[in-house]
Design a protein around this ligand. Structure first.
Ligand SMILES: *[C@@H]1O[C@H](CO)[C@@H](O)[C@H](O)[C@H]1NC(C)=O
Length: 249
């Protein structure tokens, strides 16, 4: 499932590079997971009802609210999520992929828990988001959230998570009045991608392997073609009597 999604995404990326009309857009942030802290016992974080991405759920397909930028909210609407079960000092990439048919500008920021709880603007933003979400989610969606949250193994006393804030501002102009008044929610894939040895996003490993295989094959093939051509030229050389004479001099 995950492999499929990343493969599709890579293909879309390749296609959007090849074709002048882009099919999908990507916005990303790269971060290194901070030091793990004592696991939080109470359910205050769970009660925020945030979508979470973690090692057992690296991809989430969802809708994000967006709005046109205003002076009060220059980056549009905010969405909060959790990145859970992170490995200390491991490098990760978080990507937001959306269709080019819904032009949107995204800003992605990650915050440690202390930072959120000690910064009044961030805290009120999380609270407001969580409060609004509580009213929107159905019971089934709430149970799905609880079901899909990260469950650390029983011997794991440390927890390592980050808050992530995604801001989405509509980035289009339309003659359609409805579209200019209400921005439809943006259909996105949120993808958490751990880096292999902190160098290469894991989802790119198959592509990198494929490109390396082609490069190695091309290296030997070009050597073979070169030798064949040199051999051909030598044969031609040997067969020409005039040239033969010169060779003797
Ligand atoms: C305007 O956009 C809305 C939402 O996409 C659509 O339902 C409606 O048909 C559009 N109206 C016109 C006149 O194209």
């Amino acid at each position: 499932m995950r492999q499929d999604t990343s493969f599709k995404e890579v293909m879309l990326l390749l296609l959007s590079c090849l074709v002048s009309i882009a099919f999908a857009n990507v916005e990303k942030t790269i971060f290194v997971a901070p030091k793990a802290s004592e696991a939080i016992q109470d359910a205050s974080i769970d009660n925020l009802l945030l979508t979470s991405l973690h090692p057992n759920q690296l991809t989430v397909r969802t809708f994000l609210n967006a709005s046109f930028p205003t002076t009060n909210a220059p980056h549009g609407q905010e969405t909060w999520a959790l990145l859970d079960g992170l490995q200390q000092d491991q490098r990760y990439e978080l990507r937001v992929c959306w269709l080019a048919t819904q032009p949107t500008a995204f800003w992605i920021d990650t915050f440690e828990m202390q930072e959120v709880f000690q910064t009044p603007e961030l805290l009120s933003s999380v609270s407001a988001y969580s409060y609004a979400r509580r009213g929107e989610l159905t019971d089934a969606e709430v149970s799905a959230l609880v079901e899909n949250k990260y469950k650390p193994s029983s011997d794991q006393l440390q927890s390592n998570f980050l808050f992530v804030r995604i801001q989405a501002a509509a980035d289009y102009f339309s003659l359609n009045k409805t579209l200019m008044e209400t921005v439809p929610p943006v259909h996105v894939d949120l993808i958490l991608d751990p880096y292999l040895m902190n160098v290469l996003p894991q989802s790119l490993v198959p592509t990198a392997g494929y490109i390396s295989a082609i490069a190695i094959f091309a290296f030997f093939l070009s050597g073979w073609i070169y030798r064949r051509m040199i051999g051909y030229v030598d044969d031609e050389y040997d067969q020409k009597p005039g040239v033969e004479g010169k060779k003797d001099m």
